[in-house]
Design a protein around this ligand. Sequence first.
Ligand SMILES: O=C(O)/C=C/c1cccc(O)c1O
Ligand SMILES: [Fe+2]
Length: 315
Amino acid sequence: MTQALLCMSHSPLLDHADPPDEVKAAVEASFEHARTFVHDFAPDLVVNFGPDHFNGFFYDLMPPFCLGYRAHGTGDYDSYAGDLDVPASRAEDLAQFVIDRGIDLAISRRMEVDHGAVQPMEILYDGDAAAKPVLPVFVNSVARPFVPMSRVRAFGRAVGEYFRAVDERVLFIGSGGLSHDPPVPQFATATDAQREFLTAGRHPTAEARAARQAGTIETARKFAAGEADIMDLNPDWDREFLAVCRSGRVEGFDRYTADEMDAVAGHSSHEVRTWVAAYSALRACGAYEVTYEFYRPIREYIAGFAVTTAILNGG
Ligand SMILES: O=C(O)/C=C/c1cccc(O)c1O
Ligand SMILES: [Fe+2]
C-alpha cells in the first residue's frame, strides 16, 4: 500500500511547434525521467486530476470537480481518442467516500476528456492512455467561477484519505501548465458566437475543430516570435508555486486567488488546481518529498512547463 505523484504541464503544441533543439531535448529528458519513475513505481491504479478546455465540459453544466465512471478521449489536437480503462465500481466507491466528507463531487457516467487530461498517460505509456486502470478526475481550470483553492485542497485531501488505507500502488497525476494564457475564450469577454460555443460546443465539426487548433498553433508561433497579444509567461510565479509544492505544506496553496492568478499568471494558470489536488491527495497519505523537478518557460508551447515527481517519506 503506497502512493506516489507525478505532476506535469501539458501542451497541445508538443507536436505542433518547433522550439530550439536544446529545449526539445530538455523536455524529452524530463519525460524520460517521468517514465522511469512511473515504471519503477509500477502503479496498479492511476488517479488522474486533469482540466478540460471546452471539449468535454461546457457552461451548460460546469461542476468544480467531476469523477468519471466511464471516460472517452475526445482526440482534440490528435490526442488519445478512445475509451479509458476506468474501474467503475471503484469510482462509485471513491465518489461516495468523498461526498461523505462534505465535498460536493459531481460524477459522470459518460465523461469526455481532452488533451489536458490524457497527455501525461500518453507520454508515459507510448500513446496509450488506456494502458493502466485510471480514475479520471476533472478539475475545473478554465471556466469561472472557481472555487477557492482551499476547496481544491480539501477535495484532494478527501481523495487521498480514501487511498491511504487501500492495499494498492496508486499514482496521483496532476496535469496542467503553470503560468500561461493560451487563446481560450473567456465568457465575460466573448462574442455571442463564442458564448454559444462555450455553452454548448460539444462535438464540433471537423472544420470547426481544425480552425480552433490552427488558431492556437498560429498564436504559439507568434508568441515565440514576440508578436502575440497574449499575456507573457511568469517564471517567478511558476518558481514560487513549485516551491510550495516542494515545501510539503499544502496549506500554502490557499493564498492563491483566482483574480490574482488571472492578473499575474494568465487565465489558464488555474490548471495548477490539478496539481493542488494531486499534491493534497499525496499529503493526505503522509509527509512527502519531491524527488525530481524540471522547469522551463517555453513560449513555443505557451506554457510555464514543469514536471515533478514525489514519494512519501521513507517510501
Ligand atoms: O484548447 C486549446 O485550444 C489550447 C490549449 C492549450 C494551449 C497551450 C497550453 C495549454 O496547457 C493548453 O491546454
Ligand atoms: Fe491546458
